[in-house]
Design a protein around this ligand. Structure first.
Ligand code: VGL
Ligand code: ZN
Length: 187
């Protein structure tokens, strides 16, 4: 069986200086590169919204406009592009529906199963939203899940949101490890 790295939403608007920049968000890129080299497959997800998306403040949603299709903020970090992901999975493209999980409304489960994947390493942005939702959905779908804590960063709208998200992943049967631990193969 195979292990895939899932790189969650490492896009311009979630990086420092972006519309919804995650503090220190660019720090995830280096550990993700090391994990990619150790994984059998690499999948990158993208949050990809139409201009009138329901999650935007103009429609009463919680967020400023971000990751609008065709804008630089929607593009993957160049270092993630350079990893040449085996699959890029887009989500939350419908104007009236939001989706935090890379599995929500996509064919990702079937795509992974079709390639013999039984285990996912997960990192990216943001810990408390799309990493959390993707890891929980992966566990619910029956994959073994290791979140690389140092390869994630949180929005932390409320202080501690990121840590609480990792605790939820643990409670659901996932593991939270450092990139170094995952590469050493312990735990
Ligand atoms: C995300 C907020 C809004 C994420 C996406 O990728 O974590 N966060 N849309
Ligand atoms: Zn979004």
């Amino acid at each position: 069986m195979a292990t895939a790295l899932l790189i969650v939403d490492v896009q311009g608007d979630f990086l420092p200086g972006g519309a919804l920049g995650v503090p220190d968000g660019d720090a995830v890129v280096e550990p993700l590169g090391r994990l990619a080299a150790a994984a059998d497959l690499v999948v990158a997800s993208r949050d990809l919204h139409p201009v009138d998306h329901v999650s935007f403040a103009a429609r009463g949603g919680p967020w400023p406009p971000h990751c609008v299709t065709g804008t630089p903020g929607a593009e993957l970090h160049p270092a993630v592009e350079a990893l040449r992901p085996d699959r890029v999975v887009d989500k939350a493209q419908s104007p009236d529906v939001d989706a935090y999980s890379a599995f929500d409304g996509t064919d990702l489960t079937a795509w992974l199963r079709g390639r013999g994947v039984d285990r996912l390493l997960v990192g990216g942005l943001a810990t408390d939203y799309c990493v959390r939702a993707s890891a929980l959905d992966a566990l619910a779908a029956g994959f073994a899940v290791d979140v690389a804590a140092d390869a994630c960063r949180a929005v932390d709208v409320l202080p501690g949101d990121g840590d609480r998200a990792l605790e939820e992943v643990r409670d659901a049967g996932g593991r939270v490890r450092s990139t170094a631990e995952l590469l050493a193969g312990d735990g």
